[in-house]
Design a protein around this ligand. Structure first.
Ligand SMILES: Nc1nc2c(ncn2[C@@H]2O[C@H](COP(=O)(O)OP(=O)(O)OP(=O)(O)O)[C@@H](O)[C@H]2O)c(=O)[nH]1
Ligand SMILES: [Mg+2]
Length: 386
C-alpha cells in the first residue's frame, strides 16, 4: 500500500476554526519582514508592500495544501465514490471549487492593495492600507472555514481507508453481519481483521492481499449489510459502495447456521437484490461455517476454522477473474506457487484469526507506484505549520 505524501504534515491544525490558524501564521510571517531602503519613507513603503505580499502568499500556500490531497494526484474513482457516499454527492467538489474561488479573490485583493499603496503617502496612510487589506483577507478566509474543515474531515476519512490499486483485481467480501466475512478474508489474504461473535465488528473497509499466482489479488473486507433500503448506517453504505465501485468479483458470504443471528432467506433476499441492482457484477455466493453444518448445501461451502473449501474457493475466484485474460489455469498456478495461505488452509486444525486490527493503507502518492503498508496514521504526523 502506498504511503501518503509527507508534504502535508505542514498544514496548520488548531482547535480554532481553520481560518484562525492559517491567518495567525500569515500575519506572523508578514510581521517579520525586514525592508531595506536608503530612507525611512522608502523602508515604510516597502514594509507595507512586503506585508501584503507575504501574508497573501502564505494564505494561498496553505489553501493549496488543504486542496492538495484531492488533486495531486487526483482521487481514484473508488475514493470519490466512498467520499460521495459518506459526505454527499458533490460535497468535495463544491468545497474545492470554493477554495479555488477564494484563492483567485485573494490574488486580486493583493494586486489591488499593492496599487492602493502606490497612492498612499506617509506611514499612517500606508498602515491604514495594510490594515484594510488584512481585514478583507481575513474575511475571505473566514468565508471558507467550513469548506476547509470539510476537506480536512474528508482527508481524515480517506486516510483511514485502504488504498486500492486501480489496476489490480479486487475481491470484495460482503454479506450480512457476523456471517464470517472477516474470518474468510483472514484465510484468503494477508489481512488480519478483527473477528468477534457480534454484528458490526467490522465498521469500515480494509484490504489484504492474496497471491493467486498472478498479479496480486486485493481482498477487501467490508462491514455487514442488513439490506434495509433507505435505512443503511454509515458502515453499510461503505460496504455497498465497495461492492458497487470497488469489486472485480464479490464474494457473498451466507451463514446457513443461524449463528450470525440472521436467517438464510433474509440473506438470500439481499443477494437477489444485488444481482438485480448490479446485473454486470460477478457475484460468487458461498455458505460459511461449514464445520457447523451437516448434509449438502445449495452453494459452495467453506469453513474459515478448518480450511474446508478454501482451495476450491480460490480456484473459483481465479476462474472468475480469468476473463481478464492473462491468467493460467488455477491448478497450474497453485502447483507453481504454493503459498503460505495454502499451506495454512491444508493444515488440520488451524488457529482462528487473531483479534488484531486490520492493516490499513493509504492512497498512493503516485498512481501506479509500488505499494507499502502505512505504519502510522498520517494524522499522527501532522504538526502545526511554522
Ligand atoms: N464455527 C465457525 N465459526 C466461524 C467461522 N467463520 C467465522 N466464525 C465465527 O463467526 C463469528 C463472526 O465472524 P466474523 O469473521 O467476525 O464475521 P463478520 O461477517 O466479519 O462479522 P461483522 O464484521 O460483524 O460483519 C466469530 O465468532 C467467528 O469466530 C467458521 O468457518 N466456522
Ligand atoms: Mg467483519
Amino acid at each position: 500500500m502506498a504511503q501518503r505524501p509527507v508534504r502535508r504534515s505542514r498544514r496548520v491544525e488548531t482547535r480554532d476554526p481553520a481560518s484562525v490558524g492559517i491567518l495567525d501564521v500569515a500575519f506572523h510571517r508578514a510581521s517579520l519582514v525586514t525592508p531595506h531602503g536608503a530612507t525611512k519613507a522608502e523602508r515604510d513603503r516597502l514594509r507595507a508592500r512586503l506585508k501584503i505580499v507575504r501574508s497573501s502568499a502564505t494564505v494561498l500556500r496553505h489553501l493549496r495544501l488543504e486542496a492538495r490531497p484531492f488533486t495531486v494526484p487526483p482521487l481514484s474513482d473508488f475514493d470519490r465514490a466512498l467520499v460521495a457516499a459518506r459526505f454527499g454527492d458533490g460535497t468535495l467538489e463544491r468545497s474545492l471549487a470554493r477554495l479555488r474561488r477564494a484563492e483567485e479573490r485573494i490574488r486580486g485583493l493583493a494586486r489591488e492593495a499593492e496599487r492602493s499603496l502606490g497612492r498612499a503617502s506617509g506611514p499612517d496612510a500606508l498602515g491604514d492600507e495594510v490594515r484594510a487589506f488584512y481585514g478583507r483577507l481575513s474575511s475571505f478566509v473566514r468565508e471558507i472555514d467550513r469548506d476547509i474543515e470539510r476537506l480536512r474531515a474528508i482527508d481524515r476519512f480517506l486516510d483511514e481507508r485502504p488504498h486500492l490499486e486501480p489496476g489490480s483485481p479486487t475481491l470484495v467480501v460482503a454479506g450480512f453481519p457476523n456471517v464470517g466475512k472477516s474470518s474468510l478474508v483472514a484465510r484468503l489474504s494477508s489481512a488480519r481483521p478483527k473477528v468477534a461473535d457480534y454484528p458490526f465488528t467490522t465498521l469500515s473497509i480494509a484490504v489484504g492481499h492474496a497471491d493467486l499466482g498472478f498479479d496480486r489479488l486485493q481482498v477487501l473486507d467490508t462491514p455487514g449489510v442488513l439490506g434495509r433500503p433507505g435505512r443503511s448506517n454509515d458502515a453499510e453504505t461503505e460496504a455497498t459502495t465497495a461492492v458497487r465501485h470497488g469489486a472485480t468479483v464479490v464474494l457473498f458470504v451466507i451463514d446457513p447456521t443461524g449463528a450470525s443471528g440472521y436467517s438464510v432467506p433474509e440473506q438470500e433476499a439481499l443477494l437477489a437484490r444485488w444481482h438485480e441492482e448490479f446485473p454486470d457484477l460477478a457475484i460468487l455466493a458461498v455458505d460459511s461455517k461449514s464445520d457447523l453444518v451437516r448434509g449438502p448445501g445449495e452453494r459452495p461451502r467453506v469453513s474459515a476454522v478448518t480450511g474446508e473449501g478454501i482451495d476450491a474457493l480460490r480456484i473459483r475466484v481465479r476462474d472468475m477473474l480469468r476473463p481478464r485474460g492473462e491468467l493460467p489455469p488455477m491448478e497450474e498456478a497453485l502447483e507453481e506457487t504454493p503459498t503460505a495461505d495454502r499451506a495454512a488452509a491444508e493444515a488440520p486444525e488451524p488457529e482462528p484469526p487473531e483479534e488484531a486490527s486490520v492493516p490499513t493503507a493509504r492512497r498512493s502518492p503516485r498512481r501506479g507506484s509500488g505499494t507499502a503498508r502505512r505504519s502510522t496514521p498520517r494524522t499522527a504526523s501532522r504538526s502545526r505549520a511554522e
